[in-house]
Design a protein around this ligand. Structure first.
Ligand SMILES: [Zn+2]
Length: 459
């Protein structure tokens, strides 16, 4: 590596939407951008158990774009395996990471316990990837940094966070290295997010690392409110339940906000009970209340939004809700059905024809959510198969990710386009479609790095 150069290694989020980890190396510095968990397909999940190509103890710092598990979920393991530096993130991201990492650790402990109880593991005994204690330990490394504040690591390297409109606290990372600018999009938000300010327009960059989750398609233009109202009323007409598997951060709050709007407009009956069965979703809503500068809702709007929601923390309550025969709306994690309370409702209701399961977020390859959307006949939960007789629906306009047109539109915001764009965080088909679209629209070169590929950025 030449004196002037900086290398960039794609340790995750390459060829897939999960496991985001990008390593920047220059002089004796190693800086990791995002530290996510692989999810979905088993070949990817197994990567969580493989050692990183760099020793965690050699990494100086970690910068985090946002608190989703596929961007922060590996942190407890990084710290457990020797990382001693600081983890920089915006204040809401620090608070949300607490919620997400504690939950992730608990889920992994639970899964390992269940696997050992039920004997449905090939590993004897099954062990969690990390424990709650590991997660707690790793939280001590977080350092909150306000949006726009410049942090310098060396004379030649500094960075700042800029709002990216994806979830509460989410940010682009704009790095200045020897007066050249490298921007990480993290996950790029919609042009007009329901609860957040739109993504910041970046004036210029020399290199851009850009996500490509929806690089091959545009979201449906159906009005989200109308679509949700229709499905609620349809579930009530069938005397069934509406289960909405939901990401705890942002999507859960969006759904609550829209349900409240629908009630106020009399588009759905006020009498139908709505449960938020997600301890993490409840905590994330509280974090949102603590950061009014990071979203568009007034305190009064939030109070109204949560007023009629029945919040559920304990599994014993879940069991009672399932015993209750009345129709209801259930917002429960996890968003891709890889774990969480939503599975308890599926076990109870997915074989019932009156049930509707509504997907409102991205379903990664290899997840139960993706299988159900593809029309799977049965689904395996905790070692048992269940026939899918429920109606499976999707409202894609709910997405927290910019679609193809919105990504291109955001790129038009640059007065000086990057000389090179690396497309990450996408399944290959999406990344490649976006690469072609960018090549047709702009005159900058575009690459799709492979997993563990390392590139030199020469200055
Ligand atoms: Zn995300």
């Amino acid at each position: 590596m030449g004196e002037e150069s900086l290398s960039i290694g794609f340790l995750g989020g390459a060829g897939t939407v999960t496991g985001s980890k990008t390593l920047l190396e220059f002089d004796d510095q190693k800086i990791l951008v995002d530290c996510g968990l692989f999810q979905g397909l088993k070949v990817f999940r197994q990567l969580n158990w493989q050692p990183l190509p760099v020793l965690p103890s050699r990494i100086n710092s970690v910068l985090i774009t946002h608190a989703h598990l596929d961007h922060v979920g590996y942190i407890p393991l990084l710290v457990k395996n020797g990382f001693k530096g600081s983890i920089y993130a915006t204040p809401p991201t620090c608070d949300l990471a607490k919620v997400i990492l504690r939950d992730s650790a608990k889920l992994q402990e639970e899964e390992a316990w269940l696997a050992n109880q039920g004997g449905y593991t090939k590993h004897q005994p099954a062990v969690p990837l990390y424990t709650l204690k590991d997660a707690e330990e790793s939280l001590k490394n977080f350092v909150p940094v306000e949006e726009g504040r410049v942090i310098s690591f060396t004379k030649e390297f500094s960075f700042r966070f800029l709002k990216s409109g994806h979830i509460l606290g989410s940010a682009f990372i704009e790095i200045n290295f020897k007066n050249r600018i490298i921007v990480f999009s993290g996950d790029l938000g919609r042009a007009n997010p329901v609860l957040l300010a739109p993504p910041t327009k970046i004036p210029e960059a020399d290199y851009l690392i850009l996500e490509s989750t929806y690089g091959d398609r545009d979201h449906s233009k159906t009005l989200t409110e109308d679509a949700l109202a229709y499905l609620v009323n349809d579930a009530l007409r069938k005397k069934g339940n509406l289960i909405i598997p939901t990401f705890a951060v942002e999507r859960a709050q969006e759904i609550m906000f829209i349900l409240n709007t629908l009630r106020e407009k009399n588009m759905i009956p006020a009498s139908v009970p709505v449960y938020l069965d997600s301890p993490m979703g409840i905590d994330a809503t509280e974090v949102m209340m603590n950061y009014p500068a990071w979203h568009k809702l007034s305190q009064e709007m939030i109070s109204k939004m949560v007023h009629d929601i029945i919040k559920v923390r304990e599994l014993s309550e879940t069991i009672n809700i399932i015993k209750d025969k009345r129709s209801k709306i259930i917002i429960a994690g996890s968003g891709m059905l890889s774990g969480g309370r939503a599975l308890e409702y599926l076990k109870a209701y997915v074989e019932d024809r009156r049930t509707t399961v509504l997907f409102v977020g991205y379903q990664a390859e290899g997840t139960r959510g993706r299988a159900m959307l593809r029309g799977a006949e049965k689904i395996k939960i905790h070692g048992h198969y269940y026939f899918i007789n429920a109606d499976i629906k999707e409202i894609s306009s709910f997405s927290g990710h910019a679609d193809r047109s919105e990504i291109i539109q955001w790129l038009f915001g640059f007065t000086k386009l990057p000389q090179k764009i690396f497309l990450n965080h996408g399944e290959l088909k999406s990344s490649d479609a976006l690469r072609m679209q960018i090549n047709e629209t702009f005159s900058c070169s575009c690459e799709i790095p492979l997993l563990n590929e390392k590139k030199s950025l020469f200055f």
